[in-house]
Design a protein around this ligand. Structure first.
Ligand code: UD1
Ligand code: CA
Length: 452
């Protein structure tokens, strides 16, 4: 089949410099949702009709499997499809989608295309408030006669609650012929794609209708209000899917997945967590409230306490992370690692059972097993121009408030005394400290406030 995606509309009511179809729902551009639904039908052709100022759009979403047709000026949905016709194969069915209707489901499209064999198939939905939509006009026998746009409809037609979603499928050769016959003699002086329905009736082509799964599936985005509504619908659907898979959510209304979230058995997610990119939570992972995870994988049984922030990092099993921990790109933690409050790790590998429980910055480091990193430890990995590596070997103990001036290595089993500024390697199994000797000065007086 051919798929045509209409995306030339201006989107004035978005009040934004970004083309409408590039606004995101669930972390993905509206048009990308539609393209993904289209791809899942494995069509021969996907042609996107884009409009003025659309070069940015085209550049940001282009892929080898997409064809593009410029519609300039925009004279209506029929005119838009006409721009795509030279790129479509005549022998096949054409499915028309809207770039601003992102929640359309592949299964629904499949039934629509199936219904369009030797027929014209329209995806319709019954609305309590059908205002603004094209109405499906049927005869007494229930056969579709035509679609009438709101602005051209009589009062009687406006009372019809079955509306056109805009998504139709039909034989391409007939479509080409009907499009040539369109006129813009209507209230909006546009070439309406919907007028092909009346033409099909006259030509004796059967008209079939397929119902959408719900109103949500065919909702379009014209404003930020509608964008926000669709975001909540999309999030609720994701939450329901996770619940059905057995994930426990403290509140399905307070979860945001802006990408792909894969969960093992017995995962628990507390409120107000945000997941971006691809996130994998292994069995029995527990995520505390207000955590943000982007492109991360969390091993089985690990607990993330509140306000943990993880990006481009891998956490092993049985870890205890947070609250207020920050794992930055390139962090890899092995099993049983503890990372506590206000600890920041970047480009650092930590082997099993090591702990950094309070207030530390560890960057560009390799940390062995069973290492204890005291409160206030800092790797001085940057000299203002270059970054250097810190190595801390197995069973080392790093005293509180230590600075490790990289490049530097702490040997296996070494101990650093609190407050050490380490500028040379610390030998294994030895206490190293750089503290000045403590003195007590008798007779010393505190400064007094001077009299004016
Ligand atoms: C259209 C349908 C209406 C249907 C409604 C569903 C027609 C004449 N009317 O109305 O029956 O109920 O959708 O939402 O088809 N577009 C272009 N080029 C154009 C005009 C539109 O690419 O010249 C694209 C828009 O970007 C959008 C889609 O087509 O993605 C629909 O356009 P819009 O103006 O929103 O159609 P409606 O008037 O709402
Ligand atoms: Ca319109």
């Amino acid at each position: 089949m051919n798929i045509v995606i209409l995306a030339a509309g201006q989107g004035k009511r978005m009040h934004s410099n970004l083309p409408k179809v590039l606004h995101e729902v669930a972390g993905k551009a509206l048009l990308a949702h539609v393209i993904d639904a289209a791809r899942s039908l494995t069509p021969q052709t996907i042609c996107v009709v884009y409009g003025h100022g659309g070069d940015a759009l085209r550049a940001s979403i282009d892929a080898p499997d997409l064809l593009w047709a410029l519609q300039e000026p925009q004279l209506g949905t029929g005119h838009a499809v006409q721009q795509a016709m030279p790129q479509l194969s005549d022998a096949q069915t054409t499915l028309v989608l809207y770039g601003d209707v992102p929640l359309i489901q592949a299964a629904t499209l499949q039934s629509l295309v199936h219904a369009a064999r030797d027929a014209l198939a329209i995806l319709t939905v019954d609305l309590i408030n059908p205002g603004g939509y094209g109405r499906i006009v049927r005869n007494a026998a229930g056969e579709v006669l035509r679609i009438v746009e709101q602005k051209d409809a009589t009062a009687e037609e406006r009372a019809i609650c079955e509306v056109n979603s805009g998504i139709i499928a039909l034989p391409t050769a007939r479509l080409a012929e009907w499009l040539r016959g369109l006129s813009n003699d209507n209230a909006q002086q546009e070439y309406y794609l919907t007028d092909v329905v009346g033409m099909a009736v006259i030509a004796g082509v059967p008209i079939r209708t397929v119902s959408a799964q719900g109103e949500w599936e065919v909702l379009g985005v014209n404003s930020k209000v509608q964008l926000a509504e669709l975001e909540r619908i999309a999030q609720r659907r994701t939450a329901d899917r996770l619940l059905e898979q057995g994930v426990r959510l403290a509140d399905p209304a307070r979860l945001d997945v802006r990408g792909e979230l894969l969960c093992g058995r017995d995962v628990f997610i507390d409120v107000n967590c945000v997941f971006e990119g691809k996130v994998v939570l292994d069995e029995a992972v527990e995520i505390g409230p207000c955590c943000v995870l982007k492109n991360a994988s969390i091993g089985a049984g690990t607990r993330l306490a509140a306000f943990t922030h993880i990006e481009d990092a891998i956490v092993g099993p049985d870890g205890v992370i947070g609250p207020f921990a920050r794992l930055r790109p390139g962090t890899e933690l092995a099993a049983g690692v503890h990372v506590g409050n206000f600890v920041e790790l970047k480009n650092t590998k930590v082997a099993a059972q090591s702990k950094a429980n309070h207030l530390a910055y560890i960057g560009d480091a390799i940390i062995g097993s069973r290492v204890n990193i005291g409160a206030g430890t800092i790797t001085c990995n940057y000299d203002g121009a270059n970054k250097f590596k810190t190595v801390i070997e197995d069973d080392a103990f790093i005293g509180s408030d230590t600075q490790l001036v990289a490049p530097v290595t702490v040997g296996r089993g070494a101990t650093l005394g609190a407050g050490t500024t380490l500028t040379r390697d610390a030998p294994p199994d030895t206490l190293t400290l750089s503290r000045a000797r403590q003195v007590s000065i008798t007779g010393w007086k505190r400064p007094q406030k001077q009299k004016k």
